[in-house]
Each structure stands twice: as structure tokens, then as C-alpha cells.
Write a protein that binds this ligand. Structure first.
Ligand code: WTA
Length: 644
């Protein structure tokens, strides 16, 4: 990844620049008084009681932002827009995969959220009671999250692609009392069931008293009487009047589980005031949101992007947005562009892996649609390779639209490093500069800033409002994972480079976390799933670079003595991982090997396995305990090429 040449700088157009929400002065303004700047941004929200202190960092790294303030996240995302006379503005333009559409104004959204809040209360959910949400991308997902926020019941949304086992472990770790799900959702042209996974998960979730079930597909569902309740019955019976309680700024809003370097996912806790402030501010500033914009983020609400930039950020800003249930190629490969044309989408936010897939399908597909409404494009999930960046800007953005490459994490809650669309002379492939009010650096092993042109580790050097508050039920792991490498710095787990201009380029994870289609997967988690299979003695998993998905999961497996190698064992192992974790974790390839490369201390040298998986010359193997092992792997492996 070289420096961008001069002709690769994309300057904002003069008209864009002069009308932009944020100009260059904001950086200096924020730097002059960082806390004062964030206090001002908190003024974007309605507070029932003002805060008395911006940041309490005395118990670092456990932060408290906007101390003493009280507010309600759902009130801020819905009611206050109605109170301000904007109740008829469209909040959600829902597009179902089969083509059904539904529009919800802010007033209608308010009714739905209030009714759902009353229904949850009637089912015994009180302030502080955890709720798990396992839903497709339908309006009820947004309503469910906001209803929980409204009554102060922290939610955890589990991505609908996760298996029953993954769902069960999250429900139990979180201590959920109630689960909100649907009979199913539409994916790739068919009704895909969700409720059976919940039924399966709940065979050992003792705390769950009720399951609230949204009717979406009408497919048959098993029914546990006394436990299961139809959403449409409970919500229809509830009153649309509900007074939103004023909650503490640090009241838990949600927990989002994300993969780390061990087998157990981490529950990242976000609280109310700071999170909502940063989500609202960055949505407005980084996407240059204006009242007339129609915004669309393709992320599922099961990921952090769906929390901050489908639900909390856009709704706090009073935006009109598209919500789409399905896949980009159903019923045809122009589906996304058709939706943009039909709804006059002006701000579009998606992932590099999706852009590369669309590139592969061909520019003639988007060329068949009118995309002239677009004025800002964004990406998230991994670095966007310059080729995909140019294609996105030219083919989708008509060479007019700024592209913001936003670096952030589940743990950061909101955008952290990104160009501002009306300011930056953007470089394809660079995340550029910290958001105003955010302090980041690239440091070496000793924690010293690297020189221009050098690479190192990305760190965040000052607390920020939407920062994770802890790992649910595991504060020690929070300190150890993020705050113990260098005194006072948050370690993101990403490598980065500063170019000669001081701009930041992200270089990918430096730990055992893979990034497959913008989703974080832990090597250890997949290895644990593999060794749980009776035929497997040992497993090592690596992320091999892949043209479309960024990385692909490749598993090296040593079989148990006497294991039955009959049938299609590698296929069975792929299916096994999909069942244990979910289809996104399914290895692209499973390779049966006689040995694994290990150091003398027994640590698997994944770097060498990556070399093999990427068909490269094998790198420095001098620290191997047994030097001949790589030859054994090369000669002895049974490859099972698989594509799906
Ligand atoms: C990666 C998603 C480069 C990075 C919001 C980070 C990126 C991890 C970018 C977080 C980007 C995300 N450029 N890398 N613009 N955005 N990443 O928690 O490795 O699902 O640590 O949050 O994705 O993934 P997560």
C-alpha cells in the first residue's frame, strides 16, 4: 500500500465544501477544549436533567460521561421529533425482500415504541432487566430495541445468522429474561426460520420467562404455551401512551457480543448519554446529514454498525432512512441500485466486501439505474482497497460523491477515524484522520509514536464518549484486553501506518481475530468448535486473504487416531462449525494435516499456515520446534476445495 499519488486525492467539490455541516475549523476547535467540545455535542440531545461533569476518569479505564445527567434514548430518537412538529416526517422506509413496503413516520414509530414498551412491562420486564433480540431486518427490530431502551431494559441483539448454540451462550451470559424473535425472515427468495433456533437455545436458558414472537413469514412455528406470546397480539393490546423515564447517563443501553482472541465472545457494554452523543454527532458530521437526505445503511442490526448507524445515530438526528430486509442479489443483482433509485437515497453506507462483490458482477448492473440522488458514500468493516474505492466513487457515486472510509469498532461505539466529506482531500484506502474530539496515534512496541512513513499499532490516547464501559461481567478482561499494553492507551488490536502527511492507513488486525466480509471472527472460537467434533484431535485456523471477502477461514485439522475418515469428513467439519457458531464462521477450506507448526513453547505459528493457505513461499520458520513439519504439511495435506 503506497502513498496515494497526487492525482489520487479526491477533493470535495466547492459546492459541497461550502454547504458542509463541518469545515476544517472544527478540528482546532475540538482540540482546544476537548471536553468542552463534547459537552457541546451532548447539547444535540434532550436531557431531562443536565449533567454536572463532562467526564469522570478517576476510575480509569472505567469511564463515566456526562455525569449526573438524565435522559431517555428512545425519547431522544423518537418523541422529541414529534414534539418539535416533525411527527409526519418519515423515519423508516422498509423494503421487504419479497417487495412489500411499509412506511413509518416518527409519529407512527412513537406509537409502536410506546405500545411495545407497555407490552414488555406487562410481561414483567423492568428497568435493568436484560432482553435478547433475534430478529430479521424488519421495522420491529428497530421498535424492539427502542422499546427496551425506553424502559431501561438493556438489550443484546444477536445476529439472525448465528446458530442456536451461539444464541444460547449469549442469552445466558447476558442473563436475558425475555427473547424477542420472529417466525422467520426472507432471505435469498425464501422464508428462513428463526424461531426453531430460539426453541433449541432455550432448552437450557433457565432465566428466560417469555418469548415475544413477531409474525413475519407466516411459516409454522412450535408454540410453548405460557412462554410464547405473539408480538402483534401483545403490542396491539397495549396502550400507545407511555411516559419515558429519565435514566442516568450511565444507564446500560446495550451489550454487543464480539469475537476476541479467546473462545468466548466478549459482551461489550455501551451506556446511554455518551454513546448517543457520539452516534448522533458522527452521523450528522461524518455523513453530512441534512434534513432532506434519505439515508441507507446496509448493515444488519445484529452488528454494531446497525446499532449506531441504523438505529441510534440516524434516529437521534431525525433522519429518514431505508431499511432493507434481504440480500443484494434477490431477485436480481441490481436490487440495491433499484432501491436507491426508487427511494432517492442520498447517503449510502456499506462494506468494502459488498462493493467488491458488486464490482465482480459488473458495472453495467448499476449503470441501468438512476443513482443521481447520491451525494455521500461511506464504507466500514475493513480498509477499502483503492481499486474498490475508485469503482465505488465513480460507478456508484458518478464521480461526484465524497467517500468516507470510517474506522471504528464495536468497542468504540461510533466513528473514530475517517475523512470529513467536506474537508478532506481523501486518499483511496486511507481512513485519514481522527474525528474531531478523538485522539489517536500510531505507536511502536515501546508505545512511542512512529515517524511519518512508518507502521505500528493503532492506539486511542484519550477517552471518548461512546467508548465501551466494560466487558459484561468481566471487568478484568476489559482492562487486560484493551488497557494493559501501554499505560493510559486503548489498544485497538489493529496495525496502522502514518503516511508522510500524517494521515492514517489501517493495516488489519495484529491479533488472532479474522475479518471475513467485515465480520469479526476469532480463530480460537472456530478452533474450539472444531476440536469439539469427535474426529478432531487438534485444529488451527487462519484467515487467508481473499479477493472478495477480505479474509477467508482456512482450517488445518489433525484427526484423532482411528477417526472415521469415510464419507466427506471435511464437508462434515465445515457443516459442524456452521452449526456450532453460524454459517458466517464456516471454513472456506478444511485441510487434514499430520502435524501443526509450533514453537518450542507450543504456540501455533499461524503465520506459516497463512503462507501455505495463500500459496506463498513459507516465511521464516527458524523458531519451529520441529523444522520438518512444514514439509509434512505440504506433502501430507488433503485439500477439500469448497465454494459457497
Ligand atoms: C476493522 C465494525 C480498516 C478493524 C464497525 C476493526 C476497519 C474491526 C475499518 C472492528 C476501516 C472496521 N478500515 N479496518 N474503515 N472499519 N475495521 O467491531 O480491524 O465489527 O478493529 O466494528 O474491523 O470490527 P467491528
Amino acid at each position: 500500500m503506497g502513498n496515494a499519488s497526487v492525482e489520487e486525492l479526491f477533493e470535495p467539490a466547492p459546492e459541497f465544501r461550502s454547504a458542509a455541516n463541518l469545515g476544517p475549523a472544527v478540528y482546532e476547535e475540538a482540540a482546544r477544549d476537548r471536553l468542552g467540545f463534547w459537552a457541546e455535542q451532548a447539547g444535540r440531545l434532550d436531557w431531562a436533567e443536565p449533567f454536572t461533569e463532562v467526564l469522570d476518569w478517576s476510575n480509569a479505564p472505567f469511564a463515566r460521561w456526562f455525569v449526573g445527567g438524565r435522559l431517555n434514548a428512545a425519547y431522544n430518537c423518537v418523541d422529541r421529533h414529534v414534539v418539535a412538529g416533525r411527527g409526519d416526517r418519515v423515519a423508516l422506509r422498509f423494503v421487504g425482500e419479497p417487495g412489500d413496503e411499509r412506511t413509518l413516520t416518527y409519529r407512527e414509530l412513537q406509537d409502536e415504541v410506546c405500545k411495545a414498551a407497555n407490552a414488555l412491562t406487562a410481561l414483567g420486564v423492568g428497568t435493568g432487566d436484560p432482553v435478547a433480540i433475534y430478529l430479521p431486518m424488519i421495522p420491529e427490530a428497530v421498535v424492539a430495541m427502542l422499546a427496551c431502551a425506553r424502559i431501561g431494559a438493556p438489550h443484546t441483539v444477536v445476529f439472525g445468522g448465528f446458530s442456536a448454540d451461539a444464541l444460547r451462550s449469549r442469552i445466558n451470559d447476558f442473563g436475558a429474561k425475555l427473547v424477542i424473535t420472529a417466525d422467520g425472515g426472507y432471505r435469498r427468495g425464501a422464508a428462513s426460520a428463526l424461531k426453531p433456533a430460539v426453541d433449541d437455545a432455550l432448552t437450557s436458558c433457565p432465566d428466560v420467562a417469555h418469548v415475544l414472537v413477531v409474525l413475519r413469514t407466516g411459516q409454522d412455528v412450535a408454540w410453548s404455551r405460557g412462554r410464547d406470546v405473539w408480538w402483534h397480539e401483545a403490542v396491539a393490546a397495549a396502550s400507545p401512551e407511555h411516559e419515558a423515564p429519565a435514566l442516568d447517563s450511565e444507564h446500560p443501553l446495550f451489550v454487543m457480543y464480539t469475537s476476541g482472541t479467546t473462545g468466548k465472545p466478549k459482551g461489550i457494554l455501551h451506556t446511554t448519554g455518551g454513546y448517543l452523543t457520539q452516534a448522533a454527532y458522527t452521523f450528522w458530521g461524518v455523513f453530512d446529514h441534512k434534513p432532506d437526505d434519505v439515508y441507507w445503511c446496509t448493515a444488519d442490526v445484529g452488528w454494531i454498525t446497525g446499532h449506531s448507524y441504523v438505529v441510534y445515530g440516524p434516529l437521534a438526528a431525525g433522519a429518514t432512512q431505508v431499511l432493507y430486509e434481504g440480500t443484494p442479489d434477490t431477485p436480481h443483482r441490481g436490487r440495491w441500485w433499484e432501491i436507491i433509485q426508487r427511494h432517492r437515497v442520498s447517503i449510502f453506507y456499506t462494506a468494502p466486501t459488498a462493493i467488491r462483490t458488486c464490482m465482480k458482477w459488473g458495472a453495467e448492473i448499476p449503470a441501468g439505474f438512476d443513482l443521481s440522488s447520491l451525494r455521500v458514500l461511506g464504507t466500514v468493516g475493513e480498509s477499502i482497497n483503492p481499486e474498490a474505492y475508485r469503482w465505488y466513487r465513480r460507478t456508484i457515486g458518478g464521480d461526484r460523491t465524497p467517500v468516507v472510509d470510517t474506522w471504528w469498532q464495536t468497542e468504540t461505539g461510533g466513528h473514530m477515524i475517517t475523512p470529513l466529506p467536506g474537508v478532506a482531500a481523501a486518499k483511496p484506502g486511507a481512513a485519514m484522520t481522527p474525528v474531531p474530539g478523538v485522539s489517536a496515534d500510531v505507536v511502536d512496541d515501546a508505545g512511542k509514536p512512529v515517524a511519518p512513513g512508518e507502521s505500528g499499532y493503532l492506539v486511542l490516547t484519550e477517552p471518548w464518549p461512546a467508548m465501551a464501559r466494560t466487558i459484561w461481567k468481566d471487568p478484568d478482561r476489559f482492562v487486560e484486553t484493551y488497557w494493559s499494553r501501554w499505560e493510559g492507551y486503548y489498544f485497538a488490536g489493529d496495525g496502522a501506518r502514518r503516511d508522510a502527511d500524517g494521515d492514517i492507513w489501517l493495516l488489519g488486525r495484529v491479533d488472532d481475530v479474522m475479518n471475513v466480509s467485515g465480520h469479526r471472527l476469532s480463530t480460537t472460537e472456530i478452533e474450539s468448535a472444531l476440536v469439539a467434533h469427535p474426529a478432531v484431535a487438534e485444529a488451527a485456523v487462519v484467515g487467508a486473504s481473499d479477493e472478495t471477502t477480505g479474509q477467508a477461514v482456512v482450517a488445518y485439522v489433525i484427526l484423532r487416531e482411528g477417526a472415521d475418515v469415510g464419507g466427506d469428513l471435511t464437508e462434515e467439519l465445515r457443516g459442524h462449525v456452521a452449526k456450532e457458531i453460524g454459517p458466517i464462521a464456516k471454513p472456506r477450506r478444511v485441510l487434514l494435516v499430520p502435524e501443526l507448526p509450533k514453537t518450542r513453547s507450543g504456540k501455533i505459528m499461524r503465520r506459516l499456515l497463512r503462507d501455505v493457505a495463500e500459496n506463498r513461499e513459507i516465511g521464516d520458520a527458524s523458531t519451529l520446534a520441529d523444522a520438518s513439519v512444514m514439509d509434512l504439511i505440504r506433502d501430507g495435506m488433503t485439500a477439500a476445495p469448497a465454494e459457497d
